[in-house]
Design a binder for this molecule. Sequence first.
Ligand code: NAP
Length: 255
Amino acid sequence: MSEQNTHREIALVTGANKGIGRAAAERLGELGMTVLIGARDARRGEEAAAALRAAGANAHAVTLDVTDASSVRAAAEFVEERFGRLDVLINNAGITGSGNVSPVEALDQIPSTVDLDMVRTVFETNVFGVVAVTNAMLPLLRRSPVARIVNVSSGAASTALAADPAGPLSTLPASAAYTPSKAALNALTVQYANELRGDGILVNAVAPGYVDTEINGNTGFLTPAQGAAVLVRYATLDSGGPTGGFFGEAGTEPW
Ligand code: NAP
C-alpha cells in the first residue's frame, strides 16, 4: 500500500469513539484518508473526531448505532450526501455481553446457564449489526475503485482452536455468546467475500490480539494502536489483495 493510494480515500469505522476503532481511525487519518468516526453516542463521536482533527486528520463524526436500522440508514444517507462514496468500511463495533470484564472472568457466557437474551444482544451487535451496516454502505463501496471491508473478529473465534481440549483457548471459560458471535462473523466474512470477489471488493476478518481497552476491563497487553495495526493493514490493501481470509498481526489465523 502506498500513501498515494490512501490519499483522499474515505473510511468509515464503526465504534470509533474509543479503543481499537479509534486507534485505527487515527492511523488512517495519518495516512491521509478522510475518516468517518462512527459512534452511537453523538457527543462521544464528535469529541473523538475533534481530537483527530486537532492532530491534523480530516475527520468527521457519524452517529451510528449498528443495532438501530434507522440510525444505520441515516448514516448511509449522511455519507452519500457529504462524500458520495466509501473506500473502506471497518466493522469494529462490538460487545462481549459480559460488560467490561476480563474474558477469563466471563462466567455468565457458559452455554448451559447463559441468559438467552444476552446471546441475542451480542449477536445483534457483533453479527446482525455487521450485515445491516455492510448492506447499507455497499452501494457507496461499489463506487470505490478498490473497496475494502474489514470485520473485526477475535482470535478467540477460532473453532479449530476451541475444538482442541489442550489448545491455547482451553483456559478460557466456555462461551455461548461472544465467541460464537465472532465465529459467525468469520463465516459471514467468507460469504460476503465470495459474493463480492467479482466486484473487486475485498472482505477480510482480522484479530487484533489482546488489547488494553474497556471491553476487557483494560486487562489486555497490547496498546490500541498495536491492536489496530492489522485493521489498518487490511483496510489499505491494494487491488488484487487477499479476500475471504482471517488474519492477525502475525499472519493467517486458524478458522
Ligand atoms: P471498546 O473500547 O469497548 O470499544 C468498542 C466500541 O464499540 C465502542 O466505541 C462502543 O461504543 C462500540 N459499540 C458497541 N456497541 C455498539 C453499537 N450498537 N453501535 C455502535 N457502536 C457500538 O472495545 P475494543 O477492544 O476497542 O473493541 C473493538 C473491537 O475489537 C470489538 O469488535 C471487539 O470484539 C474486538 N476485539 C477486541 C479485543 C481486545 O482485546 N480488546 C480482542 C479481540 C477482538 P460505546 O463507547 O458507545 O460503548
